[in-house]
Design a protein around this ligand. Structure first.
Ligand code: NDP
Length: 321
């Protein structure tokens, strides 16, 4: 099969197309012929070595496809089923071994590029507004990178519940998309960002900030919060936040800061099915739009990573095998 391989850590150019043996499956796994593969920012952290990954490896963790074979212990899937997943290592490939426990059935009518890129970003947005800090209708929150994959979904989920969403974006085109998703106010990453947020909240600050940008926005995020507000620092698109003196949270108003990850909010099959079910149901009934901003042939994973890190993408981006 064709796959992308990383043989050394580095820039996007280390993503090289190769011929690789088909994966062998364990008794509790499915062998899936991929139809589309989700690209996520975390794939860049493993590629650069910022997160540990032993080389050589096939990157990616998310995708959708048709079950081609099942392991001896699998009871809840059959050959021919359409499934999606977001935690199967080696997903940048034509065939992927997926643990049946993390596979999710794809509802009819959901196109492959959408199914391939809805779960990781969608369930992240879900756990952030549902389980990390669940805002009340009428509360105001700040979402950074409002036109990104997670940002567009998070904005839609929050706005649909009557939450006032302020977002940040880097361009007019991204502002338009963020407003379409339901953002009430869209700001740029200016030096006085926190002041602008305070002006928009009568000097009070927001109840929560959902920050996947990290290094460049962290200080503004803290300064934008109301007393006892929550900062959910869930990513590092601009780089990791340097070490931080916890005592500062006291002076800033008894703030709560958390650094969550999806795996801790999809701890068992029940929790995974709940979040995935909510996302696929909302897609199917038209209340959640997954914007697939661009698709790339599998062999062009390098270009896709360049675009993602170069802030050229909007919504999700997908590889097609
Ligand atoms: P996005 O589609 O949001 O892409 C990243 C966006 O971040 C860019 O489009 C850009 O938007 C913004 N950005 C700001 N500064 C920079 C910078 N210096 N370099 C690159 N981008 C920058 O990606 P995802 O939706 O895949 O992920 C968003 C964040 O969420 C990432 O940090 C990711 O790691 C994190 N994440 C965390 C999870 C968790 O459970 N903890 C799970 C899933 C994602 P703009 O141009 O508008 O600034």
């Amino acid at each position: 099969m064709r796959a992308i391989q990383v043989s050394e850590h580095g820039g996007p150019d280390v993503l090289r197309p190769v011929d690789a043996p088909d994966p062998a499956i364990a008794p509790d796994q499915l062998l899936v012929d991929t139809q589309a593969i989700g690209i996520n920012f975390i794939d860049t952290y493993f590629r650069t070595g910022m997160y540990p990954a032993a080389v050589p490896y096939v990157p990616g963790s998310e995708g959708t496809g048709v079950v081609a074979a099942i392991g001896a212990d699998v009871t809840d899937f059959q050959v021919g089923d359409r499934v999606a997943w977001c935690a199967a290592p080696g997903s940048y490939a034509e065939k992927v071994a997926v643990n049946a426990a993390i596979a999710v059935p794809v509802p009819d009518g959901v196109a492959a590029p959408v199914a391939a890129s809805a779960l990781l970003q969608g369930m992240t947005a879900h756990y952030l507004v549902e389980s990390v800090y669940k805002p009340e209708p009428g509360e105001t929150v700040l979402v950074h990178a409002g036109a990104g994959g997670v940002g567009l979904i998070l904005t839609q989920l929050a706005a649909a519940r009557g939450i006032r969403v302020i977002t940040t974006v880097s361009s007019d085109a991204k502002e338009e998309l963020s407003r379409e998703a339901g953002a009430a106010e869209v700001l740029r990453y200016a030096d006085d960002l926190a002041e602008q947020v305070r002006k928009l909240t009568d000097g009070v600050g927001v109840a929560a900030v959902y920050d996947g940008v990290g290094k460049d926005t962290f200080e503004a995020s803290l300064s934008s919060l109301r007393v006892r507000g929550t900062l959910a620092l869930f990513g590092a698109a601009s780089g990791p936040v340097p070490p931080f003196d916890l005592q500062r949270l006291n002076g800033l108003g008894s703030l709560v800061v958390t650094r969550p990850k999806l795996g801790d909010f999809t701890r068992d099959r029940e929790e995974l099915r709940w979040r995935a079910g909510d996302i696929f149901t909302a897609i199917a009934d038209g209340t959640l739009n997954i914007r697939v901003g661009a698709t790339y042939p599998l062999a062009e994973a390098e270009r896709a990573h360049r675009d993602l890190e170069g802030r050229k993408t909007t919504g999700s981006i997908v590889l097609l095998p």
